[in-house]
Design a protein around this ligand. Structure first.
Ligand SMILES: [Zn+2]
Length: 481
């Protein structure tokens, strides 16, 4: 024991273990990709010693809701994420995944598939290919993947504007089984989106059963997050009950002024459903949503900002009010003219956002859109904003609780083993940050500003972010079911 030499020794930090335990002073020793010692290690030897005085040492954050499917190959440093302390991302959310879709030369990805990238991005005929690509050219963070039901429908149906026939359901089941056999975590739906919205409850249940057979999970961007949110939640819970699969409500919110204040009721419904089967939820810390351009969402939004547009690229970053004025038409018409494109929609109340963030089963997921020209600030700011703004400045929960929501809670719902906590034997995914300065810096006007206060980020025992710099280490691995 005396001769032990750690690869990395983190000294004199305040440890928050991710499990909700109050912080305590401790050192932490890493060997290869694992945490091997926690305690008083002041006389231990190490190849690299990091002084963590006045810093919090916590498990790396798990971003459970991302659309980083393509970012992991195009910016392997994963700077929007590592600069926030994120060490693992889950891709394939909202019914949208890169695999197993191949698009012919004359085809463009139908919305919302286009938010992941253009036609050249769709080059993974199977999830095994997608996983192999991660293993061959790994990013800086770990990656878990879901199969998107919208994508499975595009692959299996000649026309997605109707419920699937039984032969088409067979095909989707086959494709989903391939994903699960390749280490997929489960299935996601995006039931507001064109390719996915004609899926019936029976179809979703039949396909999801395959994920349940493999002990996977079901995440859902529900059919409605406004007026008919209760019916949409009922549908999600029914799928959970029928298949015995854990259900995760994605980016939970109550959209539109007439639905402000309904979160008390929706969270009550989640609590009730939880008595029957496993239900969880994720959320991001902002009152504005963001997705592709959907003209019907304009009417329920107080403000709309265009994040990208193929037809009018110069309008990226501009308010729809301004654009409609320039185009001399109604806002809905202007929005329609900008498709294909993306937008930010201001349509939530601050008190609902806080209410939802505070729920003990709410995980943090950025829902960031890295392909957007002028993205929603959540892409670069989500995790430091929850810690700096909501935990420290406003005090809606303790720092320990904030960390639990981005680490152990997420690992447990997504069945990720040996991550999301600082315990001996766990993978060495670790973040060091200053609790007095941590803060999101990205804004709606300047959305790509890296957060402040994140000092060091370690993934599988290797430093991937160091005092503002990303370096050349790419130690991420696929998080396999
Ligand atoms: Zn979504």
């Amino acid at each position: 024991m005396i001769d032990r030499v750690f690869d990395i020794l983190i000294k004199d930090g305040e440890l928050i273990d991710g499990l909700g335990t109050p912080r305590y002073k401790s050192d932490l020793g890493i060997e290869k990709d694992k945490i091997v010692a926690i305690g008083q290690l002041s006389h231990a030897k190490a190849r690299k010693t990091i002084n963590a005085k006045n810093l919090i040492v916590s498990p790396g954050f798990i971003d459970v809701h991302t659309h980083d499917d393509n970012l992991i190959f195009h910016d392997r440093s994963m700077k929007p994420k590592t600069s926030q302390g994120v060490t693992s991302v889950i891709v394939g959310n909202c019914g949208i995944s890169l695999a197993p879709l191949i698009l012919n030369k004359d085809k463009v990805p139908p919305p919302p598939q286009d938010l992941l990238g253009d036609r050249e991005s769709y080059i993974y005929p199977t999830f095994a290919d997608y996983r192999t690509s991660i293993e061959k050219r790994p990013p800086a963070t770990n990656v878990g993947f879901l199969a998107g039901h919208g994508t499975l429908r595009i692959c299996s149906m000649t026309d997605t504007n109707r419920p699937a026939k039984s032969s088409e359901i067979d095909k989707m089941q086959y494709l989903l089984a391939e994903s699960m056999n390749s280490g997929g975590m489960g299935i996601s739906t995006g039931l507001i989106y064109g390719p996915n919205k004609s899926a019936s409850l029976d179809e979703i249940t039949a396909v999801t059963e395959v994920a349940a057979d493999y002990d996977g999970i079901y995440t859902t961007h529900m059919r409605d997050e406004g007026e008919h949110i209760n019916e949409a939640m009922e549908e999600a819970f029914l799928i959970g009950q029928r298949t015995s699969i854990p259900v995760i409500i994605s980016h939970h919110k109550c959209m539109g002024k007439s639905n402000f204040g309904r979160s008390t009721d929706t969270l009550g419904r989640i609590n009730h459903a939880k008595m029957m089967h496993t239900v969880g939820l994720d959320a991001y810390p902002y009152t504005a949503a963001s997705t592709v351009i959907i003209p019907e969402m304009v009417a329920i939004s107080e403000r709309v900002i265009i994040t990208w547009s193929d037809t009018h690229p110069d309008f990226s970053g501009h308010d729809l009010d301004y654009i409609a004025n320039k185009m001399k038409c109604r806002k809905e018409e202007a929005a329609a003219a900008l498709i294909p494109g993306g937008a930010i929609y201001f349509l939530m109340s601050e008190s609902d956002v806080q209410n939802i963030l505070k729920h003990p089963d709410t995980m943090i997921g950025s829902d960031g859109l890295p392909n957007d020209v002028h993205p929603h600030p959540r892409l670069w700011g989500t995790f430091p904003r929850v810690i700096g703004h909501y935990a420290r400045d406003i005090g809606i929960f303790s720092l320990e609780e904030a960390i639990r929501k981005m680490t152990s809670l997420s690992a447990s719902y997504f069945k990720i083993k040996k991550r999301g906590e600082l315990t001996p034997g766990s993978y060495a995914d670790v973040v060091l940050f200053d609790p007095t300065t941590i803060k999101d810096a990205s804004t709606y006007e300047n959305p790509k500003a890296p957060a402040i206060g994140i000092h060091k980020v370690i993934v599988n025992g290797q430093v991937v972010f160091d005092e503002g710099k990303t370096g050349h280490k790419r130690p991420g691995i696929p998080l396999l079911k």
